[in-house]
Design a protein around this ligand. Structure first.
Ligand code: AMP
Ligand code: MG
Length: 479
């Protein structure tokens, strides 16, 4: 449909007033479209031709009022690096309305009641990162928020230096965070807490709406979804960087892309966020933090459900995580009938070997996906051959147990191990060009983000090992 035929609803505004604050977006100066996502436009029933119009830029810039739009920011609290902050909220995200169950949100559209000392803006570099990475995660089959479009502008925004402001119109089936529950629990506003729980159940787990013990079952679902998401991140080598409870989705989505990173060389202890000196959000600690965050959510839900019952549910988290992780690693290695007893040692041996040899995580699995007994390409990935040979001996042995031809295994592995992930150095190159008004690399990275398992001969240079100078660079939190 045309933009002027869009009809928006605002279900979140039915919640008590303390859940949100109505606020009008503040447009950026001289906005221009950088990229639009045709697939997301389809989900919103927006005609492709509309993406080229002035009205479309106005929509992303918060200047186009669609029918039914009622703009607002959401209130939440959160544990940041383990410390409780009683009020955070959307400091720079403004909701503009819902279409087909997808809530549209403008990130970087100006101050809200929850901005604290922030300016409500997002700079071009961080907006490019969120825009591309959310699509990349979707392309990898990992649950995530998505984005309809990215605009740049001449709007001056100060960070460590003067930069320009940008807005991403991002969409999600839910923007409710663990921290949203923590806000009301901390204030002892139990009527609001209950209304929020009912809302989140209707939005994310509607099959539970009529269940007698719906709040317990709701928590059970969130525990399962979170365990699953953590396993997906670990298997693909994704590091979020800021797993505060306000950045944890009740729907089990990857949300709020900040200083994230894909692993370059495998490093269990890798830290990608340079404010995270203690490594709370290091790569290897993510599953534990998922557990910790669920515990914070559990405490927030305890006024609604018996705590002992909640605890029993949470006790399943390690098992759920491990089950899913083993399954995914089995897929990555092209193994059938994976069991903990049989295969855990093989996986541990592998990760130890990758860490010891400092092998690129993504390149290793993609190279292994072509393995047919000839070890040459794999041995080239590490300086010493013995550790790789030892592991490959165990792997060869394990492969004998599955009645799978080499061709079948390879075909399956090539669909599981991406050829392309958006490493930080690639994004940085696209950002550097974009800051000189050249958006070709944003287009290119978007193409491989959407289709990371296929060969793209024209983008072969993005499929290799990260150049040494760019490995494991740290980024800062919000920008
Ligand atoms: P983040 O680390 O990006 O998830 O942000 C943590 C909190 O700070 C959230 O409540 C954000 O809305 C808020 N925030 C981050 N950057 C800004 C900004 N530039 N202006 C206002 N609020 C911000
Ligand atoms: Mg956040």
């Amino acid at each position: 449909m045309k933009l002027n035929e869009l009809k928006l609803s605002n279900p979140y505004l039915d919640l008590p007033a303390e859940c949100h604050d109505r606020v009008t977006p503040s447009p950026l100066v001289k906005p221009h479209l950088i990229h639009a996502n045709k697939d997301v436009a389809k989900l919103l029933d927006i005609d492709e031709e509309e993406l080229q119009t002035e009205d479309f830029v106005k929509l992303i810039n918060g200047e186009f009022t669609a029918e039914g739009s009622d703009t607002f920011a959401m209130c939440y609290a959160g544990h940041q690096f383990g410390h409780f902050v009683p009020r955070l909220g959307d400091g720079r995200a403004i909701n503009i309305g819902t279409v087909n169950g997808l809530h549209m949100q403008l990130k970087g559209a100006g101050e809200t009641k929850y901005s604290r000392s922030g300016d409500g803006r997002a700079v071009l570099r961080s907006s490019i990162r969120e825009y591309l990475m959310s699509e990349a995660m979707h392309g990898l089959g990992i649950e995530t928020t998505r984005a309809l479009a990215l605009i740049g502008s001449h709007h001056k925004v100060y960070r460590e230096t003067w930069e320009t402001g940008a807005i991403v119109l991002r969409v999600s089936p839910s923007w409710v965070r663990f921290g949203t529950f923590e806000y009301f629990a901390h204030k002892k506003r139990y009527a609001e807490l209950e209304a929020l729980a009912d809302y989140a159940i209707a939005e994310s787990y509607p099959h539970l709406m009529d269940e007698a013990n719906k709040y317990l079952l709701f928590f059970t679902e969130v525990v399962g979804k979170t365990a699953r998401l953590m396993a997906e991140w670990q298997a693909v080598g994704f590091q979020h960087g800021v797993m505060n409870t306000d950045n944890m989705s009740i729907h089990g989505l990857t949300i709020d892309y900040g200083p994230y990173a894909f692993l370059d060389d495998y490093d269990f202890e890798n830290i990608c966020n340079h404010t995270d000196q203690g490594g709370r959000y290091s790569f290897g600690n993510q599953p534990n933090i998922g557990h910790w965050n669920l515990q914070a959510l559990m405490v927030a839900l305890s006024p609604l459900v018996n705590s002992e019952k909640l605890e029993k549910v949470l006790d399943h988290y390690p098992r759920l995580y491990t089950q899913r992780y083993l399954y995914l690693m089995g897929e990555k290695l092209g193994l059938k009938n994976v069991t903990q007893e049989k295969d855990l040692d093989l996986f541990k041996h592998l990760l130890g070997m990758l860490q010891g040899l400092t092998v690129d995580y993504t390149v290793f699995f993609r190279t292994l996906s072509h393995y047919d007994g000839d070890r040459t390409a794999l041995l080239k990935l590490g300086l010493y051959h013995k550790p790789m040979n030892d592991w490959l001996d165990s792997y060869d042995e394990r492969l004998q147990e599955d009645a799978w031809s080499t061709k079948e295994r390879q075909a399956s592995m090539l669909k599981t191990n991406p050829k392309y992930v958006l490493k930080n150095y690639m994004l940085q190159e696209a950002i550097d060009a974009a800051q000189e008004s050249d958006f070709k690399l944003v287009d290119d990275l978007f193409t491989i983000a959407q289709d990371p398992y296929s060969e793209h001969p024209e983008f072969e240079r993005w499929a290799g090992v990260t150049p040494d100078v760019f490995k494991n660079e740290k980024l800062s939190c919000s920008s």
